[in-house]
Design a protein around this ligand. Structure first.
Ligand code: PRX
Length: 652
């Protein structure tokens, strides 16, 4: 038996010190880590954003609620648009928009974006939207989506963006929970060459949302969609005849703690949680992290966060952080494999993207498809790569570095959550020596720790629970309408600390290694083993593109490890491969972690944001009826895995 909260077995010795040329020009200098926390956030609050009225108090902290930058008046849209145009930067491109159908492109400048936002805000005002009116947004990845968000921010109307892949039911739950009065949507969107019927879904949702009185419908595909008279108007009609003059619709001066948006996270079973983000602390947090972590040089860099704006990554690092910093970004509507698997690399080459930020799930998909797609394109403009969303297997990190970053660019593995609003654990390029698979160190001003079951620090080399020990500006201000759930989920497990729900290890250098959700930890003969380490050992084998493991009941050992493995290049599984992989895990991390069975499968079950759903794999492994599959990107994948699990031989 072990007394470790989570045992760690994986050894990773590769080290990548920052290239000297990068260090010489980096936004982050080593002294940044020495600045006392209050001084750091005070300075960022004064320098990173423009205030209508300066703040008078930095932080009031009454667990679990923080108030940052008290007494200040500020507007997020003003910071993202007006101030850049006023500074003479109106001609700078804000977004290179690339539609999914080939050839649909537009370079949208800050001035054009401001025009669109002012027109839309004037139109919304005419619909009765003002400070405090809750607005739902259900749109695809086009320029209309940031325009909609910024128009709301300009008016002080809090928004909730619902990812365009969500169903009518999910949309209705969110609109009702926030009590939205207006919905901004569009006719349809494109996804991998097919049509997503957004307006039809919205109509189905609205049947059970009596509070929504107006619906604005953008025209993307110009498909024929039903319009309900008296309730629905087209985007064109909304903005027709409206002024683009910023003075015609001044930015609402907001209190620092006014609500900017809610973003719902689908907990795996329970009702979605409306994670609340307020104005000033959020903006300072995302702008500051974006500046240092992505080393942004406005006007020079072409930055591409390839997430969907419907997730927090898109809110913080496509819309609010980058625009606040005056960045030039790529905004891509479609999927990485449409019409072909080199679409992303074609985009990188076309716009000479310098900074690319994506998720491990996308990197593993590219690994599965093979490096030849990237090799067809000139990726030499890239100077920095980032990842977010899940722990990254060291071999996926290496693949990203070698095949996308020409074995030259630093990689920032950024840990954070919808709830944290901004990145909290990350390398700073130019300073940090990186290690494949480690998110390395807390961002300046952040106090993170790894604790055992009693809330004591595990110390170097130990594994346990990731906690945050003091507030940060972009932290959530709670779950909308559910204080008890907010306290219970994040603040009661370890008194005085924020519990993230993730396992982590801290190494001798003080670097953090994220181990996945603690609910996924397996217990084999009393050893608490994290899924990510066994998965990384599998992905370390040259034939494996992706792996997910989970525990199943075992009379002898408590739990036995079951692995689901996707091989590279479409290879089918075989008994020989199975034995080879089991032995590989035994050699790489030890016999205790050897999977009892391995199921070969071409796909793994994932949420719509790309995270592997191990809970469903546990259901398959224990022959239980499948639990809730509504958050899956492709529900058919689990039943196929269940069939394969039955058909394939198991060892032992
Ligand atoms: O488990 C961690 C994982 O994603 C969770 C947060 O998910 P979500 O709220 O959807 O936000 C995703 C984008 C910020 C975390 O609790 N996670 C996120 N980034 C990493 C990560 N796990 C390991 N390493 C990361 N870099």
């Amino acid at each position: 038996m072990s007394d470790q909260a989570i045992e760690t077995l994986f050894e990773e010795d590769r080290r990548y010190p920052p290239p000297t040329e990068f260090t010489a020009q980096a936004n982050a200098k080593p002294e940044i880590h020495d600045i006392p926390f209050e001084e750091f956030w005070e300075r960022e609050g004064r320098e990173r954003v423009t205030w209508f009225e300066p703040f008078t108090s930095l932080l009031e902290w009454e667990l679990p609620y923080a108030k940052w930058y008290g007494g200040g008046k500020i507007n997020v849209a003003y910071n993202c648009l007006d101030r850049h145009v006023e500074a003479g930067l109106g001609d700078r491109v804000a977004f290179y928009y690339e539609g999914e159908p080939e050839g649909e492109r537009a370079a949208i400048t800050y001035e054009q974006l401001l025009d669109e936002v002012v027109r839309a805000a004037n139109g919304l005002k005419a619909l009765g939207v003002g400070k405090g009116t809750p607005v739902g947004i259900y749109m695809g990845m086009g320029p209309g989506l940031p325009v909609a968000m910024l128009a709301c921010a300009r008016l002080g109307a809090p928004h909730t963006v619902v990812f365009g892949g969500f169903s009518a039911e999910a949309l209705a739950d969110r609109l009702n929970d926030m009590r939205c009065e207006v919905l901004l949507t569009q006719d349809e969107s494109y996804r991998r060459g097919t049509i997503v019927p957004l307006k039809r879904n919205a109509d189905d949702a609205l049947a059970s949302c009596p509070g929504v009185r107006s619906v604005v419908v953008g025209q993307r595909t110009r498909g024929d969609v039903p319009m309900t008279s008296g309730r629905d108007i087209t985007w064109n009609d909304l903005v027709e005849g409206q002024s683009t003059d910023p003075a015609s619709c001044p930015c609402e001066p907001m209190d620092s703690e006014d609500l900017l948006y809610l973003l719902y996270t689908s907990g795996t079973t329970a009702k979605p949680k409306g994670i609340a983000h307020t104005t000033a602390g959020y903006l300072v947090g995302v702008a500051s992290t974006h500046h240092y972590i992505f080393d942004l040089k406005p006007g020079l860099d072409v930055y591409w966060c390839a997430a969907d704006i419907g997730w927090v990554t898109g809110h913080s690092y496509i819309v609010y952080g980058p625009l606040c910093n005056g960045a030039t970004s790529v905004l891509y509507e479609g999927t990485p494999d449409f019409p072909d698997k080199d679409r992303w690399w074609e985009i990188v080459e076309r716009y000479k993207v310098t900074i690319l930020y994506t998720a491990p799930t996308a990197i593993r998909a590219h690994m599965k498809w093979g490096p030849e797609h990237a090799a067809k394109h000139d990726l030499s403009s890239l100077r920095l790569l980032g990842t977010v969303g899940e722990p990254i297997n060291p071999e996926a990190w290496m693949w990203y570095r070698q095949h996308i970053g020409s074995d030259r660019t630093p990689i920032v593995d950024t840990w954070w959550q919808t709830e944290t609003g901004m990145v909290l654990i990350t390398p700073l390029p130019g300073i940090t020596t990186t290690k494949p698979g480690s998110a390395t160190k807390p961002f300046p001003g952040i106090d993170a720790g790894v604790v055992d079951d009693h809330g004591n620090d595990v110390g170097p080399g130990g594994g346990g629970y990731l906690v945050l020990k003091r507030p940060w500006p972009a932290m959530t201000r709670g779950i909308f309408g559910d204080e008890a759930r907010f306290r219970a989920t994040y603040w009661e497990r370890f008194p005085g600390m924020y519990f993230a729900g993730d396992g982590a290890r801290i190494d001798e250098d003080g670097d953090f290694w994220l181990l996945g959700r603690v609910d996924d930890v397996m217990n084999v003969s009393g050893h608490r083993i994290s899924t990510i380490e066994v998965e990384s050992a599998l992905v370390d084998h040259q034939s494996v593109a992706e792996a997910a493991v989970c525990g199943r009941f075992d009379a002898l050992t408590g739990q036995a490890i079951v692995a689901y493995v996707t091989l590279k290049g479409g290879e089918e599984g075989s008994v020989e491969r199975l034995e080879e992989l089991r032995n590989h895990v035994a050699v790489k991390i030890g016999p205790i972690a050897k999977p009892a069975n391995i199921v070969f499968t071409p796909e793994l079950p994932k949420t719509r944001s790309g995270k592997i759903m191990r809970r469903l794999l546990r259901d398959v492994a224990e022959n239980r009826p499948l639990g809730d599959t509504t958050t899956l990107a492709d529900p058919a994948v689990v039943s196929e895995i269940a069939d394969r699990a039955e058909a394939q031989p198991t060892e032992e």
